[in-house]
Design a protein. Structure first.
Length: 204
């Protein structure tokens, strides 16, 4: 059987988070080859609204079989598996370029990711000794915007890419750990990404 092609993305720093845990995790995966269960292209994205569409178009121009998008959330209690995305972009927080979206009075569009069995994925992570929970709230920042953009494009173009957004907690011992809901060792986070990519490769 042909090995499935995977892309794993993470985000750079943004206001209030000088060192993004997802960026550290991506670098760890780059330095420790073989942790993922198939070869994967690892890409670092700018935490800016204007950067998302060009990045999405480049990633999906030659659609991978698997796309795992990683970001940091202070509310993540282990791996926070995002089951849906919305069109909501909050004007409360600036992105890395200093841009703030305008306030919209229109109700946000909701996109549910119906292509994955999130419960089974959480069970796989738990079986590996890793905490995970399902979430219907990916926030209203660049992470959610990226997920919504990707899911919309996949649906519109009828692509076969299996995509997921996963918020990770702080890294144990980091400056973010005391102000985050949970923290995990970097090695365990990397191991979890391996579980996720393997699950998406096998769960057709």
């Amino acid at each position: 059987m042909k090995e499935k092609r995977a892309i794993v993305t993470a985000f750079r720093s943004f206001p209030g988070v000088g060192e993004n845990p997802s960026e550290r995790l991506l670098k760890y995966l780059q330095e420790n080859t073989g942790l993922l269960h198939q070869s994967a292209d690892l890409q670092l994205l700018e935490t800016a609204y204007a950067a998302i569409q060009p990045a999405r178009d480049a990633i999906l121009a030659d659609p991978p079989d698997i796309l795992v998008m990683l970001g940091y959330s202070a509310m993540a209690n282990g791996f926070k598996l995002e089951c849906r995305a919305t069109s909501l972009c909050s004007p409360t927080f600036s992105d890395a370029r200093g841009f703030r979206p305008e306030q919209s009075d229109d109700p946000p569009d909701l996109l549910h990711n119906d292509t994955l069995d999130f419960g089974a994925l959480a069970a796989d992570l738990n079986q590996a000794g890793l905490p995970a929970h399902l979430s219907d709230n990916a926030g209203a920042y660049v992470c959610n915007h990226a997920y919504y953009s990707v899911l919309s494009h996949i649906a519109e173009q009828k692509l076969q890419t299996r995509a997921i957004f996963v918020h990770i907690p702080a890294i144990s011992g980091s400056a973010l750990a005391p102000i985050s809901k949970s923290s995990m060792e970097l090695a365990d986070l990397a191991r979890g990404v391996g579980v996720i990519t393997r699950h998406l490769a096998e769960d057709d």
